[in-house]
Design a protein around this ligand. Sequence first.
Ligand code: AN7
Length: 347
Amino acid sequence: MLMERFRSVLPIGPRTPILTLGEGATPLVRAPRLGAAIGASDLWLKVEGANPTGSFKDRGMVVAVAKAVESGARAVVCASTGNTSASAAAYAAAAGIEAVVLLPAGKIAAGKLLQAFAAGAKVVSIRGNFDDALEIVRELGAAGGGVEIVNSINPHRIAGQATAAHEIVADLGGAPDALALPVGNAGNISAYWRGFTDAAAAGASAKRPRMIGVQAAGAAPLVSGAPIANPETVATAIRIGKPASWESAIAARDESGGLIDSVTDAEILRAQEEIIRLGGIFVEPACAAPIAGLRNLIASGRVDRSARIVAVMTGFGLKDPDTASRLIGEIREADATLAGVRSALGW
Ligand code: AN7
């Protein structure tokens, strides 16, 4: 129950309804075999796919929807590459308000699209990309009429997402040396940095981590330094060319002595497979970006191999079954006998 546990760091007043679908308190697990594969000796995974709708978005959405209800909103609206829409649809359903989601046509992973429909959201497919959709959402929100924007430009989203940093500090007894995560619209890197900064100020951690953001090469405006008109990547979650939280992401990078790097789609797909085959955690492609990025950064000496590193696995693997279907192997057919199964296994 995120809102109750983190009441003191959230914008919760006497009239704020306490919502929950069981978000937060996600596992932080060591990944020694995965770490060895990328050259990191103390690698941990923060398993955000364990949230109720399968992504980290639930942490901020529970707060944003509660505040929308408090303010009397009749609907929440968002642009999304998929996970924000799945989360908004679920929390709006539980709160009894309408959810409207604007999605880039043809670029939403099947699981996420299904989640939005299943929860009863109104789904609008935009003939454009995420950045185009977010522009329209800003206009919809500015028009008023009881419509609350629940993208990460809503500060309640960032406040809620910052709770993940507090959980890591509590679990490890302080901040790690580095935190690595995928970067799209750049809300999450901003939220983590705020959370670690607040935890350090409160005396819960002696230090703050280096923030290591990783973008997909075809959608890496924070690496190139300029917005990208037509972002493309297999990791559709982070197919974003003009991040809304641009300045705060750069501030997180620079204040932490960190860096923002990019990886190719091939590197993303390889790392997605390694995370499940060596770490046992099945993630959607975006989550592989920080693992692929860490391999390169450790190899080139820009990240210390003995550093304690937490990589954020932001979304669950079954969100995008189409991209994962390459991992399906040969099915071994067998007669329904012990001998048949042994023979199929080659034992
Ligand atoms: C799995 O759902 O932008 O840098 O509209 O789904 O805070 O944007 C999702 C982003 C990383 C990037 N990992 O986080 C959306 C959306 C996953 C994601 C990100 C997203 P931000």
